[in-house]
Write a protein that binds this ligand. Structure first.
Ligand code: PMP
Length: 456
């Protein structure tokens, strides 16, 4: 019979899978180290088990102990699986920007999860780093894992991921491209591949994929830890606002940065165009690889590592409403009709010439709009906007009881639904706040400065 004695024995020996569609423009063979085949659905199972076994070996982790860690989810999953098999408890600390699925998944495997704010300094007592350290000090018989600085993280990849890639490519790998968070994956795999390349007289380049809002790329290029580069970002799993000890900058040949939008779009494209349902850092890694195009030649064998599974991102990068809210959906806006699509057919709000100014103010306040077209029985004859109202009000405090026709400005220009975006935007000026679009059913919609800006 052929079976594993427990789930931990199934960690590692993941397949190497060729990319066929997204990398068509590259001259070389691109192979992905497909880490979602691990039992916790991520590469992190490898280092979680290594960290636990090393802590058991030197007595940091004792029988019945509690494992404490700050984790974005994947390391937590690996630790939780090992803790179940080996009889430990787990408390995990997570930043609130992480997907809800990741939190729920950790709770599903028996861990206690503490959620901390993302947008605080690392040394703030509420930060995910500080809370995990404090819990480590306060909980009896506990062990604080600290994947950032724990050398067993990098060691796991030196001992398993690196050798697997070397053997699977028969030593032909020429480039390794991977997202960098704690740095364990890039440093462990990178050191192993460089060691083997030295031994065999071949060459291998190690490329890190970083995010905008993270310090790695600039630090690697200049030695400067630039705090100005640190700001909140959306991409999950990679980039840091600290320099973890596990990042061995010496084995890394270069970094490329990928935007949140590109990482999200390529996460979707991997699923739709390669049948690879993967996490957000896989999207970043593929986009990073495409950005490095000029470094690859025909005979190169490029290995990219995919860290985790798409199921953890169904509420985010795989949810088109979430993508649209962040401006990540590529919508081609060319005409006036495209611009008003977002109004979802809601009827145009207007005011009549004989209505009182107070009515218009009420309508603008309740619907949170800044300008209104004015109509009479013959059609559009004027307009009012917030700044007109303010000027009139300063001049005459009784304005609210006057009819709109006394204070209205010029009517908005009317364009055909096929009018080009550039022509519509030219019509919006300081003096003219909006444009009306006539639609086929005889109705009209309004285009404001806001609509034009959101289309850019
Ligand atoms: N991608 C995902 C989804 C991760 O969880 C992590 C770990 N933070 C990484 C990439 C980066 O890997 P490493 O920590 O080994 O640099």
């Amino acid at each position: 019979m052929n079976y594993a004695n427990n789930i931990l024995e199934t960690i590692g020996n993941t397949p190497l899978v060729k990319l066929n569609t997204l990398t068509k423009e590259l001259p070389c063979l691109v192979l992905s180290k497909y880490e979602t085949f691990n039992p916790g659905n991520s590469v992190k199972d490898r280092m979680a088990l290594q960290m636990i076994e090393d802590a058991e070996a030197d007595g940091r982790l004792k029988p019945g102990g509690t494992i404490i860690e700050g984790t974005s989810g994947n390391t937590g999953m690996g630790l939780a699986l090992a803790a179940i098999v080996k009889g430990y408890k787990c408390i995990f600390v997570m930043a609130d920007k992480q997907s809800k699925e990741k939190i729920d998944i950790l709770r599903a495997v028996g861990a206690e999860v503490v959620v901390c704010p993302t947008n605080v300094e690392p040394d703030d007592p509420r930060s995910y780093y500080s809370v995990s350290k404090r819990l480590g000090e306060e909980t009896p018989n506990s062990w604080y894992v600290n994947q950032y600085d724990n050398p067993s993280n990098c060691k796991a990849h030196f001992l398993s991921t690196g050798p697997e890639i070397w053997e699977q490519t028969q030593g032909k790998v020429t480039h390794f491209v991977v997202g960098v968070g704690t740095g364990g994956t890039i440093s462990g795999v990178g050191s192993y591949l460089k060691m083997k390349a030295r031994e065999t007289g071949s060459s291998v380049k190690i490329w890190g994929v970083d995010t905008y809002g993270s310090v790695f790329k600039k630090y690697h290029e200049t030695g400067v830890f630039d705090e100005n580069e640190i700001y909140p970002y959306i991409t999950e799993g990679i980039g840091e606002d600290i320099l973890p000890l596990n990042v061995n900058f010496g084995v890394i040949d270069g970094f490329t940065k990928v935007t949140d939008k590109d990482a999200a779009i390529y996460t979707q494209r991997l699923a739709k165009e390669e049948g690879m349902f993967l996490g957000n850092s896989a999207g970043a890694a593929v986009k990073g690889l495409l950005q490095l195009k000029e470094h690859f030649t025909k005979d190169d064998v490029v290995v990219v590592l995919f860290h985790d599974h798409g199921s953890r991102y169904v509420g985010k990068m795989f949810n088109n409403d979430w993508m649209r809210d962040r401006g990540f959906v590529e919508e081609e806006i060319k005409t006036a009709a495209d611009l008003v699509l977002k109004h979802n057919g809601k009827p145009l709000v207007v005011v009549q010439t004989e209505e009182l100014v107070s009515h218009a103010i009420e309508r603008m306040k309740s619907l949170k709009i800044s300008q209104l077209p004015v109509r009479d029985i013959n059609g559009f004859v004027g307009s009012i906007d917030e700044s007109d109202l303010l000027h009139h009000f300063i001049a005459d405090k009784n304005i609210a009881d006057k009819p709109i026709k006394d204070i209205m400005g010029k009517p908005y220009p009317i364009v055909d639904k096929a009018a080009k975006l550039e022509d519509v935007s030219k019509l919006i000026t300081k003096e003219n706040q909006a444009v009306l679009v006539s639609l086929e059913n005889g109705s009209h919609q309004i285009i404001t400065k806001y609509d034009i800006i959101s289309a850019m």
